[in-house]
Design a protein around this ligand. Structure first.
Ligand SMILES: O=C[C@H](O)COP(=O)(O)O
Length: 249
């Protein structure tokens, strides 16, 4: 179902102390917002239980940053989609550019993970986006379309209700450079067009923007017709900033 979503990807940051201070602040701040927005906290897996405790009694949702390509078994260090669901997650990130670049996660693996995420009843937040070289070579749309087609290869029917796509230009992640609102909107409109082509209920799917979203640029980005919220990295680690971003929806 299409809805406004703001998700906090803590990446490999955090501690029990941070969980307490940050989630407490976000919980209180978001409760005061008069906004129709689903707020998702995506901490490192080790802190999921702590965050779950901290968000209890609020509407904040929980997500996992990555899941394994396998259901269960001898895969030391991995965490399955089913486990994420078991400990209270509602969302799973998949295909983040850091996973693609640093952990060689390719389109085939992303599709496998999407299948397992949906089979476990979680919503998949599928991350897509081009590098600076790809953008400068005029291939941004092509790259994003390839990533989306691959990730959604096995999705159909009810599965579409569990799909969210986050467009994150790689050159904008953690760099302070953001796509202009117009460029981001154009890409999101293309993505929605592609979803229609693929037989998805495109108007019902939430599309997020990520990449250096801050309190001072969030409102303009979120005001675009095809941008339904954001995937926030650095600014999600500062409670006031993150709450202001949630309020910008
Ligand atoms: O998952 C979040 C994105 O990678 C954006 O990170 P950032 O807000 O630090 O640029």
């Amino acid at each position: 179902m299409r809805r406004n979503i703001v998700a906090a990807n803590w990446k490999m940051n955090g501690s029990r102390e941070l969980v307490e201070s940050l989630v407490g602040g976000v919980k209180a701040g978001v409760a005061k917002l008069d906004k129709d927005v689903e707020v998702v906290i995506i901490p490192p897996s080790l802190y999921l239980a702590d965050v779950e405790k901290a968000v209890s009694g609020s509407a904040l949702q929980l997500g996992v940053q990555n899941v394994a390509r396998w259901e269960s078994g001898a895969y030391t260090g991995e965490v399955s989609a089913q486990m994420a669901s078991d400990v209270g997650c509602a969302y799973a990130l998949v295909g983040h550019s850091e996973r693609r670049q640093l952990f060689a996660e390719d389109d085939v693996q992303v599709a496998e993970k999407v299948r397992l995420i949906l089979a476990s009843g979680l919503v998949a937040i599928i991350c897509v986006g081009e590098t600076l070289e790809e953008r400068e070579a005029g291939q941004a749309e092509q790259v994003v379309a390839r990533q989306i087609r691959a990730a959604l290869a096995d999705v159909s029917g009810e599965g579409w209700k569990k799909i969210v796509i986050a467009y994150e230009p790689v050159w904008a992640i953690g760099t302070g450079k953001t796509a202009t609102a117009v460029d981001a909107q154009n890409m999101h409109a293309n993505m929605r067009g592609l979803l229609s082509e693929l037989g998805a209920p495109a108007q019902e799917i939430s599309l997020l923007y990520g990449g250096s979203v801050k309190p001072d640029n969030a409102a303009e980005l979120f005001a675009q017709a095809d941008i339904d919220g954001g995937l926030i990295g650095g600014a999600s680690l500062v409670s006031d900033d993150f709450v202001r971003i949630c309020g910008a929806v």
